[in-house]
Design a protein around this ligand. Sequence first.
Ligand SMILES: C[S@@+](CC[C@H](N)C(=O)[O-])C[C@H]1O[C@@H](n2cnc3c(N)ncnc32)[C@H](O)[C@@H]1O
Length: 455
Amino acid sequence: MNPHNIVVAFNQDLFEKLFPAKYKLIPNLNDLYELELAFYEQQILSDSALVRNGAYFASVGGKFTRHFLICTGKSLKLPEHSSSRLKSFFEKNFFRTGYGTHGLFPYRGKFHPQMIKGLMNIMGLKPGDTVLDPMMGSGTVLVEASLMGIRSIGMDASPFCRFMTQTKLDALTMSLNRARNALNNYEEVFDYFAKRVGKPVVGIKIRGKKTPNGAMSVMEPAAEYVTKADRTQLTKKQKETSDTYNFLLLAYLDSVGYSERSSRKPPIEQFKAILERYLFVAEKIQKVLNGTQLVVSQARAMEADARDIPLESKTVDGIIFSPPYSFAIDYLDNDAFHLNYLGVETESLRNSMIGLRGKKLSEKFELYQEDMERVLSECARVLRPERICTIIVGTNNNQLGKALGVNPEEVKGIHEILIQMGEKHGLKLIKMMSRPITGISNTMRLEYILMLQRN
Ligand SMILES: C[S@@+](CC[C@H](N)C(=O)[O-])C[C@H]1O[C@@H](n2cnc3c(N)ncnc32)[C@H](O)[C@@H]1O
């Protein structure tokens, strides 16, 4: 080995080979799929579009990108008693997940918002276009699109998802004065929500409404609006009250979820810490939005079934979604408390939840495929020609093998099944990427990003 060759090799900077020197990547870009997305972003977007909407660059030609400005500053405020594992997770993922209002609720199976931003860019979505997520979950696509000037429509079969998404969207612009005031009276607020449904335990029933005294009395009328799908008829003042009510309720439901998983702190202390964090993230993003004069674009969150999308044909410019993975997460069991709180009868919802229909695992899998075929045919119908539908799906052949009673090596991965289905409906695979799943705990190891183009 000639030592000279080593020096010659080291003198060629890999990143400069990929990107001319004026493009500076964001810190903590550690995964190969991120480098790949950064590379396509730089190939597809103009410099000014990169500064406005790029996901993986800190600066271009010395000009900071909006993503960098949105993400910098103090990282997500976690309560003192949080475990060091959780703290380091958020530090490491600061540019990926810890910004905007994405951190408002820890929904299982949530997208990395930064990846969604990168994908929307390389799908050719521009400000003014419309993107659809037919299974929005916690609304990552809608929140991200709102910050990029892209219009968005999201739907989910679960009313809790609609509530959560709407609250995260509203938190980008709502007045935070009343929520701040509520934090000063957190015991009273906690008590109000706890009394509305009883003690924070799973499976409780909604009790009759009680008129509260003190800080929450002004909020009481808003309780009526919580599950209302159409809020366009509210006056400005009613909307402000409703936004605050929902913000506080989401924090309350979040604290109950935490208390179920960990007994480190009593629920009321969790509530205080969570509300502090909610206020911190909402204030932070609102400050950046004001500072960069960024106008949040229109987003519509609906309670609807992805197998029967309530949109006209050829009306959306892009679709991104992640289907439920039946064997990994039972979203209804997970959200039982929250759904009950909103007065939703979970067992009747089960029939419209993809992946949960059927009894035996093999039957569940059959029905899952049937449902997903309907979803793909609906996606193909509403997508404009030549536009792209991106599906992000985890595959776990071991569990699937068990369900079907065959060897895991013989199992066709869900991603392959979806590619075939898409093809049948005029959606052709043009790009496939994969990424390791690095969440705190997860049963799936690899996730595929499938980009299908409408013919
Ligand atoms: C993997 S999660 C999506 C998570 C989302 N990408 C996020 O960032 O939070 C899948 C979602 O599909 C929803 N879902 C299940 N069946 C559905 C149906 N028939 N129509 C619409 N959504 C459905 C579930 O409620 C769940 O929220």
